[in-house]
Design a protein around this ligand. Sequence first.
Ligand code: UD1
Ligand code: UDP
Length: 350
Amino acid sequence: MKFVSVVGARPEFVQAAPVSWALRKEHIEVLVHTGQHYDYAMSQAFFDELGVPAPNYNLEAGSGSHARQTAAMLVGMEEVLLKEAPDAIIIRGDTNSTVAGALAASKLGIPVMHIEAGERSFARHMPEEINRVVADHLSDRCFCVSTKSAAHLAAEGITAGVSVTGDVMLDASLHYREIARTKSDILARLQLEPGRFALVTMHRANNTDDPQRLRAIVAALNTVGERIVFPVHPRTRKALEAIGASFGTHVLAVEPAGYYDMMVLEEHARLIATDSGGVQREAYYFAKPCLTLRDETEWTETVEAGWNVLVGADCQKIVDAWFHFQPPAAHPPVLGDGTAAQKIAAILSE
Ligand code: UD1
Ligand code: UDP
């Protein structure tokens, strides 16, 4: 069979890697990069490190308003789908690339396969929530990380073609962390001692585009005093510059990290604070306490397991949790067992 597989933003390159390897054993995968992310550190670096096959097409959508960016992807995607005539399209997650793939394919009658389906934050102010809902409802096959996400779909009337496979990002984390240990020298480069620093990432529009929230998070990071590594997303760098933010010398605000460096930083951090969906899960995979810089999360399993706490953009809450949040001893496998990609490939082969 022939699949068109869509990637565009940073997490999608990670999600694509294990699925690509599993799928290409038996099938043809035509990889389409929408061009949503384009800086070397946000895109090509992941192809180089993860060994994801080079994209067959780059739609070069670039940045812009949601409408402009999604529209550019739709035009390019339709052309590719008409030319390639695949048996199905594979989309993942909740980005504008995801929803563009779902819309273009479904209008052409091409079956849509959605990896990481059924996640909900129930916060409609998030563009990602809108993308998820639309993508799920246009999908013929929904691959869910957990029974919770399958239940979200059922509550919206989607019960046919739903499978619980676990998280492909866990597959990637388990595989690449081994390689990362030998390839990354980030600890030496940044003069970090294992267990004696915290890792921070932040890029959600809700935080970057709201100066009050952004200032509160910056104030919290400046207050804690502990060594912090903060790989800064380009969106966040612009937002920090716009509010004239500055950090104490304990905060290392660095360029976006490569995936190997990120694995090593996650493995050796004492604590992780993030608003990223992927990094919340990876914190769990490395059994690290996670402070989520949001008011809600899709990844409620990690909160219920006691390893993740929602601290929003509240300076006091962040600082309190930074020093007092203590996960329990139990660490159940709530997001799968690291074989999601194999399961997905097997179902796609049917
Ligand atoms: C997107 C996804 C988000 C995901 C994130 C992963 C949507 C709606 N959002 O958010 O779900 O968590 O990717 O990182 O799809 N920029 C650069 N260089 C790049 C890419 C972006 O400078 O290579 C800057 C541009 O100023 C751009 C801004 O970052 O306007 C935002 O990029 P965009 O892809 O629109 O959204 P993200 O915030 O990255
Ligand atoms: N990531 C990375 N370098 C960074 C920040 C994130 O390699 O500087 C990886 C991270 O380990 C995870 C993925 O990118 O695998 C998550 O992407 P991101 O946080 O951009 O998006 P989200 O998961 O929130 O959609």
